[in-house]
Design a protein around this ligand. Sequence first.
Ligand code: ASP
Length: 718
Amino acid sequence: MIKKLFSIVLVAFTINQVKADEGMWLPILLEQLNIEDMQARGFKLTAEDIYSINKTSMKDAVVLFNGGCTGEIISNEGLMLTNHHCGFSSINSLSTLENNYLRDGFWAKNKDQEIPAPGLTATFIISMFNVTDSIIPYLNKDMDEATRNMVIKQISAKLEAQFKKGTHYDATVRAFYYGNEFYLFLTETFKDLRLVGAPPSSVGNFGGETDNWMWPRHTGDFSMFRIYAGKDNLPAAYDPNNKPFKPRYSFPISLKGVQENDFTMVYGFPGRTQEYLTSYAVDLTINTTNPNRIDCRDQRLAIMNKYMRGNDTVTLMYASKARSLANAYKKWKGEMIGLKLNDAVTKKQTYESKFQQWANTHEGKNYRNLLKDMEAAYTEYKAYSELVDYTSEAFFAVELLNFASGYKKIAALTASDTISTEFYQLEAANFYTNSLNFYSKYYVKIDKELFATMMKLYAENVAPALQSEYFKAEATKYQNNYTAWADALFSKSVFVSAEKLQKAMSNFNAKKAKKLLNDPAYRLYAEVANRYESQIKSGINPLNEKIGIYMREYMKAQRLMQPDRDFYPDANSTLRVTYGNVKGYTAKDAVFYTYQTTDEGIEQKYIAGDEDFDMPASLITLFESNNFGRYANNEGELPIAFIASNHTTGGNSGSPVINANGELIGTNYDRVWEGTMSDIMYDVNRCRNISLDIRYTLFIVEKYAGATNIIQELNIVE
Ligand code: ASP
């Protein structure tokens, strides 16, 4: 009996030790902070299996893909799996009207057919080190921010040089906890990546924007690239003679799928979270910033979509641009709803009053005025928020104005009398050559309509006292008829087309350069940008700097106040582990979502010819045959996607989703609508990451695409 009682007490103790699902943890701290909890939740391996510098570990198969997504190595010939939406802009660029891989998909049936994808990168983390103690002792409270940053930069440069000496690696020092800690990352970046496989967009983006950020989900969001290496298996620029990279590790793939409550972990490069913001910042996000940005993108997207619909040429030009606009736009909407539903401001206020109580004690005395100061800074910032939001999201939404900004370099030359005509001509030729890339994806009708709509938004939302005088004078000249203004500006500016620009730049000289200062697009850009830059310098930057200092102090203070709490650092595109369990969730009153979707859902959503819900006919036939082979679950269905409580964010797109045995079971690609606020406040009841079930990926590769060459490369554990 005593023994039994003892074991009950032990179990209760263990349960208490289980942490919240929230958190994006640094792999080098797992041993110290998380591994017991992970194992209590079902993980069967060790912290060393996840991250080690002494032996191969999972980290050797995880890459930062193209700076903003994650990819994982799935074969010992450098095959990398990521999301379709991560490969999207590359697949888009490799597509033409004749070979429309974006629309129709692409499958290399052997390595010779793989298509070089210029510009793509895959970065491995070789090792990471806590270098806080090499930096913090050299900083002190009396330093102004510029000096502090300079000291950090100088020490970081020394450390970086020291760590990468004699290797082909790069080294970067990154700040964590708002500058309270620093870590150095040693990395290896490959630059010869080739497209191996991508499903048609109707599969890879099934559900389109309608389903984006939503559950239940049926998107086959994956694409595959191969990393190529030069001599000695080292990174090299593209060369047809490069060989497939031999990785240190590649993930075994499990076809066992998931059951409710199964342990899962996501290993990747989450981009940005702000979990420690104050109530003032959250209030600003909910009530000002997000509504402003949504307002602009709503109209930007409506215009782009109108011209893309039914027009393949325009779609190839704008699909990628519209997609990234729409992705953040919809997230901000969901985030706003979630934060409100979750009473985020009130919760933060409650926490802050506890903080203030502590700050009023002897221990917290250095932080007594911190929250008051923070509140004052945010109140001041609020006066600028429309200016900031509508300058970036409305004024600079006009592609012509953005593009004209590139003329700044030549414009600067006109201040001097000693520039030779040859130099002007050289600069003009460079400008023109670089512009061709811009024009290849520029549809002037879209931009003209954008101009009229965005200038109106800017004029109506930015306080007149903060607008540039030139902007106001021009708007008045056209009697606030923004369409008339657009007509005039687009007919006069030389920046609207390659032909006009070429003419303006031929036989270029100082006189012509000066004349272009009055081009209406360049002039408008220059006037608004100059005014804005001075506002940034005098008002916005000092405020941001203040807020930065307060946040650094706030972070430090919170850790002092709660010494037993494990604070995870906000995401900053560095390698993290997040773990949780497969679980459904209650979305709203009377609505509970289960954790797995199947082919049946695709058949229910399928609408032939629909923009978002069409599917290749041959795939529908395959579904109807119910012949899913080894990819079927126990009920004979084809599993499509599943959700779990892993705390993820943008940048985790494409991350490996790993089971208790360290095997790959899926690819992370999204979060559920009710949980998009997890970048600011994670709630275990509502926040779920969405993963593409690896069985659907492999079904598409093998049964739909017939790419058995790919399947043969994989290490599948059945
Ligand atoms: N779908 C998301 C993105 O790419 C991933 C996430 O944020 O969870 O931004």
